[in-house]
Write a protein that binds this ligand. Structure first.
Ligand code: DGY
Length: 327
């Protein structure tokens, strides 16, 4: 009888993931709450496994993949429990004949919900207002107390009109917002109509929008997509929302823009050097800062977890994993 495949789960994941994996292999798992293995620890532990089940907190670079490809058994597949996969060197994996999978689709609605929540929170100063109340400063209703910006009928600019961008546009229609979008390719007319969205250049989007939402994938071409020049193009009354990936925004330029009043505020769920956050941001009232919780609902995280397992199960059962990313 052939040896059972060896599976390594790098971080604690929803319970539903484990039985699926245990049915096809021997599972070794980091189940310590909140513990994230360092790159060196991963390099020590991963070689000698057939499958790696990982998270966006793990850097799966060429050095690690080469060590895993040289070991016995050799690594066959890395299942990322995330839709974004900028933590993985897919080109190196492809060269080494290691499959990479992700979890697309299942988190789009949940992330669009959070994007809209962040947009509402920064526009209507919800976090700031709660801090004010908890600090015992609420001494009575005031006509000028904590006034923010209207969301309804405002102009929303979506950069990246993929699965999540479209669902953000769908939510915006309930608020009678005017939706502009910029994307690597223009959507077919029928889709533009469905989302009531108008295609514009990046510059026009930045100049006209009251809210600019980043929903594009992070890759070399989108590194610092929003820097000093782009922030200068935005209206002083506008807000930047990022639920995509931190390095798409030049965080130092953003801090300066917020300090100078180049833009009115920012809602950030992701950071350039996550989990580190530019210290100046922490003391600003005109930002809402969240710890990368875009897809964090019980239902969605459970579905992402089982989807990552299903990719491993498929490969172990000699079937094509449903979410292969390699070209
Ligand atoms: C993703 O799936 O890419 C999220 O950012 C991590 O949950």
């Amino acid at each position: 009888m052939a040896d059972r495949p060896k599976i390594l789960v790098t971080q604690q994941v929803p319970e539903a993931a484990y039985p699926l994996l245990e049915a096809v292999g021997d599972v070794e798992a980091n189940r310590e709450e909140g513990v994230i293995w360092s790159a060196d620890e991963l390099l020590q532990r991963a070689p000698g496994h057939d499958y790696l089940y990982c998270l966006v907190t793990n850097t799966i670079d060429a050095r690690l993949l080469e060590a895993c490809a040289a070991a016995t058994p050799r690594l066959k597949l890395v299942a990322n429990m995330a839709v974004g996969y900028n933590n993985i060197d897919v080109a190196a994996a492809t060269r080494l004949n290691i499959a990479i999978t992700n979890t697309p689709g299942v988190l789009s609605d949940t992330t669009a919900d959070l994007t809209f929540g962040l947009l509402m929170a920064i526009a209507r100063r919800i976090s700031e207002a709660e801090r004010f109340l908890r600090a015992g400063k609420f001494t009575g209703w005031g006509p000028l107390l904590l006034c923010g910006a209207d969301v309804h009928h405002a102009t929303l600019g979506i950069i990246g009109m993929g699965r999540i961008g479209k669902l953000v546009a769908k939510r915006a229609s309930g608020f009678d917002m005017k939706v502009l979008y910029h994307n690597t390719h223009r959507l077919p007319a029928e889709e533009e109509q469905r989302y009531n969205a108008t295609y514009v250049s990046l510059e026009d989007l930045l100049r006209q929008s009251d809210f600019v939402c980043l929903q594009a994938p992070y890759k070399p071409e989108t590194h610092h997509l929003i820097g000093e020049k782009e922030l200068e193009m935005m209206k002083p009354s506008s807000f930047l929302i990022n639920t995509a990936r931190g390095p798409m925004v030049d965080e130092k330029a953003l801090v300066q823009a917020l300090q100078r009043g180049t833009i009115a505020g920012a809602g950030l769920d992701v950071f350039e050097n996550e989990p580190a956050v530019e210290p100046e941001l922490l003391s600003m009232e005109n930002v809402v800062l969240l710890p990368h919780i875009g897809s964090a609902s019980h239902q969605t995280r459970t579905r992402m977890a089982t989807m990552a397992s299903e990719n491993i199960v498929a490969h172990a059962s000699e079937q094509r994993p449903p979410n292969i990313l390699n070209p």
